[in-house]
Design a protein around this ligand. Structure first.
Ligand SMILES: [Zn+2]
Length: 275
């Protein structure tokens, strides 16, 4: 096999592993199976299409059926895909295996979402990135701390700008990168971090489309209720939210802390972690 081809396979293995943890293994299985299956059934022109279907098939079986069965051995369970009150904002979170966590944290998220729905009927709590299914220390890129099953990001709740009604929609397609900026008189920590040279702090804003930003406003009531509920839970150790929102929402719990300029802005989501 030419050296360039070997290098390409290694590169694909690494990228798939970084973004979904099991993607690299799936790619190896695909490389083993494809000469046996695809080349026998595919006519020359459809070779790439059959190859893609085979890879997608292996990936989905391993990701959606096998991994959820094995992950509990490693102490992690998946967040629900079809729960009425707790859902992924984007199905990509589930397809990329970014929704695993310790059972204790799953219970916290379920309890909080049920309670919020009891307080505000019809409310859906959307989860964002949690952790990969296996191995402590394997970070969920780009969240370096999401590496032990004890971390979870939850989306804010929003109202529509034009009628101030609660909406199930979200300004960002991935949940991150559309910020609730500080207003006059509030602590502008993003600006301070930027002034100190931490270019990554607000980087998500550069890569996530901003065209829906003005159509939404933060649902302060629901978001404050959720944060206070989480802070009052004995399993929760820390909650990260941007300082100006802590101030705006009147959050006084000592568990609500600042994450530092080395992280990223937390005025687009809430980060929670257990002990
Ligand atoms: Zn986080």
């Amino acid at each position: 096999m030419p050296i360039l081809k070997v290098f390409l396979h290694i590169l694909i293995f690494c990228i798939f592993t970084l973004i979904s943890q099991i993607g690299g293994i799936v790619y190896l299985v695909y490389l083993l199976l494809s000469p046996l299956i695809v080349r026998r059934i595919a006519i020359v022109k459809k070779y790439r299409l059959f190859g893609f279907i085979l890879f997608a098939g292996i990936y989905l079986v391993i990701s959606l059926i096998i991994v959820p069965l094995i992950a509990p051995i490693f102490g992690r369970v998946p967040l629900p895909l079809f729960n009425k009150h707790l859902k992924p904002l984007t199905v990509a979170t589930v397809l990329l295996n970014r929704h695993y966590l310790k059972p204790q944290l799953l219970e916290v998220a379920k309890d909080a979402s049920n309670e919020i729905n009891r307080m505000y009927p019809g409310t859906v709590t959307y989860y964002l990135d949690a952790n990969f299914p296996f191995f402590n220390g394997f970070s969920l890129i780009p969240h370096l701390s999401h590496n032990d099953g004890k971390k979870l990001d939850l989306a804010f709740y929003y109202l529509l700008q034009n009628n101030s009604e609660y909406t199930l929609q979200h300004p960002s397609p991935i949940g991150y990168g559309v910020f609730i900026d500080p207003v006059k008189g509030e602590q502008d920590q993003p600006q301070r971090c930027e002034n100190q040279g931490y270019w990554q702090y607000g980087f998500m804003e550069q890569i996530v489309p901003q065209w829906n930003k003005d159509k939404f406003i933060l649902d302060s009531r629901r978001t404050k209720s959720l944060t206070m509920l989480l802070a009052s839970h004995h399993s929760i150790e820390k909650i990260f939210i941007e300082p100006h929102l802590k101030q705006r929402l009147g959050l006084s719990s000592p568990k609500v802390r600042y994450h530092g300029c080395r992280a990223v802005r937390h005025d687009d989501h809430i980060h929670i972690q257990t002990k």
